[in-house]
Structures are given as structure tokens and as C-alpha cells.
Design a protein around this ligand. Structure first.
Ligand SMILES: [Zn+2]
Length: 272
């Protein structure tokens, strides 16, 4: 009897490992994995304690999970709770991923070595932006695929490990698209304007909340075409591009957040 139980346990473990091996992502990437059948109510999914986007895809509910850039390779797991309160863990694999390194020379000393007053301003501004990045609305995104906010040269990729005048900085948390000042900037998907401001590092910035933690942040803008609380359609002109804040030249910095963490926007860009 003991032997039979042991065999069952071993079988269950093997089955779980085989299932988990299907689900793979990397730091800064997006994990997409089925978490239930669409005939049932959607389960509530969490990763590292944060709610995760769950949307219908064909006959399944699919979780769309942002993997933080500082996640170590190895095993992680999603917490899944069905509508009738049954919980389970869904393990998955994080594989190592090497992002390139870039050394930049930046002429504006103040933005490289901010004064104590600048840092105090940054701390105040960061709080509001952190809240906007981590916001949760139950409304489902109209679609999970996003469009580029402008069509321009990709001047800096997500995850790039940069140094400014030899000093290491945090990895690049978005995608830079180089366009002339005044270029119309479009909503990557439908959503609500949840924050707008003029910030020390990010310059004129808009947050568009697409629903269920899928959020776009657009920075270094010159002018806003929308106001706080506006509902915008996919492709609507929301701003004009610029070079405000810490910008080495005119471009749009686009960050995308899922479950409170920035991910590579390219992972969600709709391909023709
Ligand atoms: Zn950028």
C-alpha cells in the first residue's frame, strides 16, 4: 500500500514537472500560460503577491505575467485561485537572458549628478508614478496586443544596461523610439489616462491604464492632447513627442507594466 502511494506521489510530481516545463520566460519578459477553461469563471492569479492579467483566449483563460528584470533564473510559480476558492500553484521556468551594455556620454551634468533638491523632487514624483504603475482595474483590456505609440527608429531597447559618463545606471525600463519633436503620439491600446505630470527625469509623462494591470507610460513629451481621467481609443493621438526631462535627444520612451513590473514592450507589440 505504501509502495502504491509512493508511486502515485512520484507520478504526480513527474506530471507537474512536465506541465511546468512548457511554461518558460526570462527576466523582463512576459509569460503567457493557460490557467483555466473559458467555460468556467476566470481564476484569480497572483505572481509574487501581485494580481495578474487574465483574459479569455479561445477556449481558455490565459494569464499574461510580467517577469521583473531582477528575477533570478530558476523556478517560480503562479498562485491560482478558482472562483470556488480552490488554490494551486503553477510552476514555471525563468531562463537567463543577456541584455546588451551601452556606454553613454551625457552633456547635462545636472541630470547625471542631481542636487539634493533634485533628488527630493524625484522622490516626491516617484511616489505618484509608482502608484500609477501598480494600479489595478478589473476592466479587461480590449486587447493584449499593443501598437507602437509612434513609428520611429528604435534608438534604445528595453533591458539595456547603460552607463552615463562611466557611472552605471539602472537597466533601461522601456523602449525608446526616436522621432522629431511634435510627432503625434498614439495610445498603444484603449485605456484611461490615470496620471500626467512633468517630472525631473521622465519629463512630460502620461500613464494610460489599459486594464488589469496592463499600463503604458510615455515620457519626454512636449504637449498633452488628453487630460487626467480621459478614456482614449486605441490609436488616438494623446500627446506630441519632445525631449523634456532627462533626454539626450528627441524621442518617446515607452514603458509597459504588467502586475506592477516593467516588461519589454516588444513582447506585446502586435505583429502584422
Ligand atoms: Zn528610454
Amino acid at each position: 500500500m505504501l509502495c502504491r502511494s509512493l508511486i502515485l506521489v512520484v507520478f504526480a510530481c513527474v506530471a507537474q514537472v512536465i506541465h511546468a516545463a512548457d511554461a518558460v520566460s526570462h527576466p523582463g519578459g512576459v509569460l503567457r500560460v493557460p490557467v483555466g477553461v473559458a467555460a468556467s469563471p476566470p481564476p484569480e492569479v497572483r505572481f509574487q503577491g501581485n494580481r495578474v492579467l487574465v483574459h479569455p483566449l479561445g477556449t481558455a483563460w490565459e494569464a499574461v505575467v510580467g517577469i521583473p528584470l531582477d528575477t533570478s533564473p530558476g523556478w517560480e510559480s503562479l498562485e491560482i485561485r478558482t472562483a470556488d476558492g480552490v488554490s494551486r500553484a503553477l510552476p514555471f521556468t525563468i531562463e537567463a537572458y543577456d541584455y546588451p551594455v551601452q556606454h553613454l556620454r551625457v552633456p547635462n551634468k545636472r541630470h547625471v549628478n542631481p542636487t539634493p533638491e533634485d533628488l527630493a523632487r524625484y522622490a516626491r514624483e516617484r511616489e505618484a508614478q509608482d502608484i500609477a504603475k501598480r494600479a489595478w482595474r478589473e476592466a479587461l483590456p480590449t486587447r493584449v496586443a499593443l501598437d507602437l505609440p509612434v513609428s520611429g527608429r528604435r534608438s534604445s531597447a528595453f533591458g539595456l544596461r547603460r552607463t552615463f559618463n562611466g557611472e552605471p545606471r539602472n537597466p533601461h525600463s522601456g523602449l525608446d523610439l526616436a522621432v522629431p519633436v511634435g510627432t503625434p503620439v498614439r495610445a498603444p491600446a484603449a485605456g484611461r489616462v490615470t496620471l500626467s505630470g512633468d517630472y525631473f527625469f521622465n519629463g512630460r509623462t502620461l500613464f494610460i491604464d489599459h486594464g488589469q494591470g496592463l499600463i503604458s507610460m510615455l515620457c519626454h513629451l512636449s504637449k498633452f492632447d488628453v487630460a487626467l481621467g480621459d478614456e482614449v481609443a486605441a490609436g488616438a493621438v494623446i500627446a506630441r513627442s519632445g525631449a523634456t526631462g532627462r533626454a539626450t535627444g528627441p524621442h518617446v520612451h515607452w514603458s509597459v507594466f504588467l502586475n506592477g513590473t516593467s516588461v519589454d514592450p516588444e513582447a506585446l507589440v502586435a505583429r502584422p
